[in-house]
Design a binder for this molecule. Structure first.
Ligand code: NCD
Ligand code: ZN
Length: 346
């Protein structure tokens, strides 16, 4: 098989940042995907309807001419997000969910929630009004080993949220462990998970191959090989609960290659091709279209896209670096050869 044609995919977890960085990264995503769930962790965060509406306008203004890419907006939950704010957001036709960041868990999460109880009124309103809850699922207690934070979060927080709000649709974002795969697979249809291309392609060794590799550092951090294999098995399975969300998270080269480098991998440049690379490892593309283009819209209760994309098996090289204001941006797998190429979008 050397050609693939699938329904146009969407990216169910994406960081676009803001002007002028937004203008540098948005064309990469808009070239490939029809829609994306836009993460709200700007500084200051996208906290309410007005913030989301203004941010959406900035994204639409930054789109290349003739692009019909649609940003699907989310709110950033804080200890003070009110039920009224959630209700207002739910009445819009462009806000689809709200993101729960445990305070301190990741980039720009300082304004995140300090515990579950403060956010319960907002979750109650989300359940009532049908907004999807996106969760960064990592425990933040310093004594919890960084490689155990996802598993710990399932036990200490995710199970309670799911039990206390049985009709709330939850996306466990960018899962990295066999524990998360097993939990999501064993629960009912109100809980699903996104999986990034990078977590399908690298394990934690990639951060330390021959020295420290800051461009392989993201949160949640990549785990052992057995976990990568569990993710790959889930993504390529017939389960409808797993779908693509790149978590592409641009940081300037200087901010990555630093004594305290930022967390985030920039995969948007070649996102679909990277997912194809991961499926290629299993030699089984039978559920590629479902994972990329069907399971996500199904969970979000949105229509699937009405056009197709084509990929061709041909080797090509990811650039060493990309343009970024006042610096450069190093894409995931910079300078490496990929086996699949998107052919109808150049
Ligand atoms: C993201 C970012 O940079 O905004 N970083 C990351 O490592 N994934 C935040 C996040 O999704 O955790
Ligand atoms: Zn993210």
């Amino acid at each position: 098989m050397d050609k693939l044609s699938i329904i146009r995919p969407d990216d169910w977890h994406l960081h676009l940042r803001d002007t002028p960085y937004l203008e540098a990264v948005l064309p990469h995503t808009a070239r490939q995907f029809a829609r994306a769930i836009i993460m709200p962790n700007l500084q200051p965060p996208v906290r309410n309807y007005d913030d989301a509406s203004a941010y959406r306008q900035r994204i639409l203004s930054a789109l290349p001419d003739h692009s019909d890419f649609q940003p699907l907006m989310t709110l950033y939950l804080t200890d003070n997000t009110s039920a009224e704010e959630i209700e207002r957001a739910s009445q819009s036709d462009f806000i689809f969910g709200a993101k729960l960041y445990p305070a301190g868990a990741t980039t720009n999460s300082e304004a995140g929630v300090t515990g579950l109880k403060p956010v319960y009124p907002a979750l109650e309103a989300m359940q009532k009004h049908g907004l999807v809850l996106q969760i960064h699922g990592e425990a933040t207690e310093h004594e919890v080993d960084i490689f155990d934070r996802e598993k710990c979060f399932i036990d200490t927080s995710l199970k309670s949220i799911h039990e206390d709000f049985p009709n709330l649709r939850i996306v466990f974002e960018h899962i990295t462990t066999a524990d998360a795969v097993d939990y999501v697979a064993s629960e009912n249809d109100f809980i699903a998970a996104t999986i990034t291309a990078h977590h399908l392609l690298i394990n934690r060794n990639a951060m330390f191959t021959g020295g420290i590799r800051p461009h392989h550092y993201c949160l949640p951090v990549a785990k052992r090989e057995l976990h990568r294999q569990a993710l790959l098995k889930a993504a390529t399975s017939d389960s409808v609960k797993f779908f693509a969300g790149t978590d592409s998270a641009p940081h300037a080269r200087d901010a990555k290659e630093s004594a305290c480098g930022c967390a985030g991998i920039y995969s948007a440049y070649s996102a679909i091709e990277l997912y194809a690379e991961a499926f290629e490892l299993t030699d089984d593309f039978s559920h590629f279209e479902a994972f990329m283009s069907v399971n996500g819209p199904h969970f979000y209760q949105l229509p699937i896209n009405d056009d197709n994309i084509q990929l061709e098996k041909t080797s090509w090289k990811i650039p060493e670096s990309l343009d970024y204001p006042n610096d450069e941006l190093i894409p995931f797998k910079a300078g490496e050869i990929l086996k699949w190429k998107l052919i109808n979008n150049d």
